[in-house]
Design a protein around this ligand. Structure first.
Ligand code: T46
Length: 182
């Protein structure tokens, strides 16, 4: 595996090192020791998948508030998706910045997103499936949404989403900590 830092502190592009032979290939996708030695969460008690039949489906940006903030290791198991991590940690050097990775099932790459960051995806083709390993169990009262087109973040999506949930479309824009409320 190869872990490459991104513009978000603590978020990494994870690439596999496939071992090919006459049968096909074998690749390690996760190693707790490697992750722990790099300061990444290494225990994932919950895994999820999402399937989106249509190109242009946007999911996110979602995160859980403390003390249920979760790290995610996300990969496309079918298709290609544009994945975004958004740093919402007020004390982080990359606070309110975003980073993207294109996850491709044929590349078998992944995106590690640390706790305190929101996560979203836009499918780049039909029939996309995304598999996520979560470091914290789902806790609905702690579920939060950051708006995909919030001008405060200015995320450069490859194109306008065609399909998204009402809750993702209608969520309020973010107010940075300490911001005055007009
Ligand atoms: C996350 C989660 C959700 N749910 C239920 C809640 C809803 O009734 C339904 C769909 O949830 P949601 O609309 O949050 O699913 P997506 O919009 O695909 O969001 C997912 O993908 C984006 C990119 C994310 O970052 C989250 O990891 C994840 O929420 O599954 C559960 O039952 N368990 C869970 O762990």
């Amino acid at each position: 595996m190869k872990l490459t830092p991104t513009a978000i502190v603590g978020a990494f592009h994870v690439e596999v090192s496939p071992i090919a032979d006459h049968r096909g290939l074998f690749a390690r996708t996760f190693c707790a020791e490697t992750f722990a030695s790099c300061g990444l969460e290494s225990v994932f008690p919950q895994c999820n998948l999402s399937f989106s039949p249509h190109r242009g489906t946007l999911r996110g940006l979602h995160f859980q508030a403390e003390p249920h903030a979760e790290a995610k290791l996300v990969r496309a198991t079918r298709g290609r998706v544009f994945e975004v991590a958004l740093d919402l940690r007020p004390h982080s050097p990359s606070y309110m910045k975003w980073a993207s990775v294109e996850l491709d099932a044929t590349e078998r790459n992944a995106f590690y997103i640390p706790p305190g960051c929101a996560h979203g995806l836009l499918t780049l083709e039909d029939e996309c499936e995304v598999f996520s390993q979560m470091s914290t169990a789902y806790h609905p009262p702690s579920a939060r949404i950051a708006r995909w087109n919030d001008p405060a973040f200015a995320i450069s999506w490859p194109f306008e989403p065609l399909i998204l949930s009402d809750k993702d479309a209608e969520c309020a824009c973010y107010r940075p900590q300490g911001a005055t409320h007009e």
